[in-house]
Design a binder for this molecule. Structure first.
Ligand code: C5P
Length: 397
């Protein structure tokens, strides 16, 4: 395992999610890593230094003005004597300090003094995460090479929903391992969508499609195997989470778009999900009742957002390589070429779904790029994924 004997500095800042940092420290030690805890003043209000010391089995730091430590330039040693620095949870405040280069406490000073890889796992209220100030700070840090994990979407401590939850400790562990993974895509963040979407009609019924998620999940696994940090945004599927991949589970197209936006910035986006083009215009809060003698209800549909086209829009957060899929039953290349132009993506992986491809084990694809069309033979979906990951790695070589 890549974490064995690695020295990790775990910085915990002020968030209710700080209790999960203890579980992360436990998991890291289980993998053989040595963990040093550092609590900000606010972090120490959520987990005690005693709890962190008991779990890490060592001293816990927090004071920039510690006479004992600073006699030996303790902050510089903390910054240098670890193989990686993990900030989990990272508050909006600490992220802002990092982005502007402030150094007014031990955590921010260490983060400014280090040359080691930094992984930031944000945790905050969804409105704070979506605030233009935070968005700009995250983009600044990502451009400087800081790695991000999450945040996840879902219920918050306060009665609010949305992106802002700290990524769960097992997924954080995978992201930390990714910092040390070799491979041609090491240090890259790939966003992959997979599976179908479910579009609710009422609380019990929905519109869906036959996508199994096999191809998208295989691509996520293949990219992770080549060292990429992978966020997989998956609709409802009956598949296990691929190892070493951060998985955000969603139902509808709109949730999928939100989760993709929350996962940015990314270097690579692969949109393999079979996103429903339409959703019921109004999803009732109550089950639609069958009334005796009444005519069947008519279904009004509204258009869903196009996730691939949205991710392909030019701008600072556009992934460098955006790949879409095209499932066609005829004139595959002509349709795929038109789709590539319409969506604004870089490549289209086109497949002929007139046979047994949907839900099956194999796929025959053609890759439509700016340079032309590559014809691949019929292959297992895992093999298509491996070849695609290799092809992607060549772009980043
Ligand atoms: O337009 P069409 O559905 O044929 O395009 C397929 C490609 O677009 C796939 O990559 C799919 O993941 C993506 N897509 C999307 N959001 C939609 C519809 C399709 O990301 N609403």
């Amino acid at each position: 395992m890549t974490l064995s004997a690695r020295r990790i500095l775990l910085i915990v800042s002020g968030s209710i999610a700080a209790y999960k940092a203890l579980e992360l420290a436990r998991l890291l030690r289980k993998e053989g890593a040595a963990v040093t805890g550092l609590l900000t003043e606010a972090g120490a209000r959520f987990v005690t230094p005693h709890a962190m010391a008991a779990i890490t089995g060592g001293r816990v730091h927090g004071d920039l003005w510690s006479l004992e430590d600073e006699t030996h330039a303790g902050h510089i040693r903390l910054a240098r004597e670890h193989d990686a620095i993990v900030v989990a949870p990272a508050s909006a405040d600490l992220i802002a300090k990092m982005a502007s280069g402030l150094a007014d406490d031990l955590a921010s000073t260490v983060l400014l003094a280090t040359t080691k890889p930094i992984l930031v796992a944000p945790a905050m209220n969804p409105t704070m995460w979506a605030h233009p100030a935070t968005v700009a700070n995250v983009a600044t840090l990502a451009a400087r090479g800081v790695h991000f994990a999450g945040p996840d979407s879902g219920a918050m401590a306060e009665p609010e929903d949305g992106p802002g939850r700290l990524v769960e400790p097992p997924a954080l562990l995978a992201a930390i391992a990714g910092l040390f993974a070799g491979g041609p895509l090491a240090g890259r963040h790939a966003l992959v969508t997979s599976g179908p979407t479910w579009e609710a009609l009422d609380p019990v019924r929905y519109i869906a499609n036959r996508s199994s998620g096999r191809q998208g999940h295989a691509i996520a696994a293949a990219l992770a195997q080549r060292g990429a940090r992978v966020t997989l945004v998956s609709g409802p599927v009956a598949l296990a989470d691929p190892p070493g991949v951060i998985v955000a589970k969603v139902e509808s197209a709109r949730e999928m778009l939100d989760a993709c936006r929350a996962a940015l910035p990314a270097d690579i986006a692969v949109c393999a999900a079979a996103v429903a083009d339409w959703r019921p215009a109004e999803a009732g809060e109550r089950k639609i009742k069958k009334e005796a003698g009444a005519p069947p209800p008519t279904l009004a549909l509204a258009e869903n957002p196009d996730i691939l086209a949205t991710l392909s829009l030019p701008g600072p957060s556009r992934p460098r390589l955006v790949i879409g899929f095209a499932a066609e039953t005829n004139d595959v290349v002509a349709h795929a070429t038109a789709k590539r132009a319409r969506k604004g993506c870089d490549w289209i992986v086109a497949n002929d779904v007139s046979g047994d491809v949907m839900g099956g084990e194999e796929n025959r694809v053609q890759i439509v790029t700016e340079a032309g069309v590559e014809d691949w033979p019929r292959l297992a979906k895992s093999e298509v994924a491996a070849r695609l990951a290799e092809r992607i790695a060549r772009v980043f070589a």
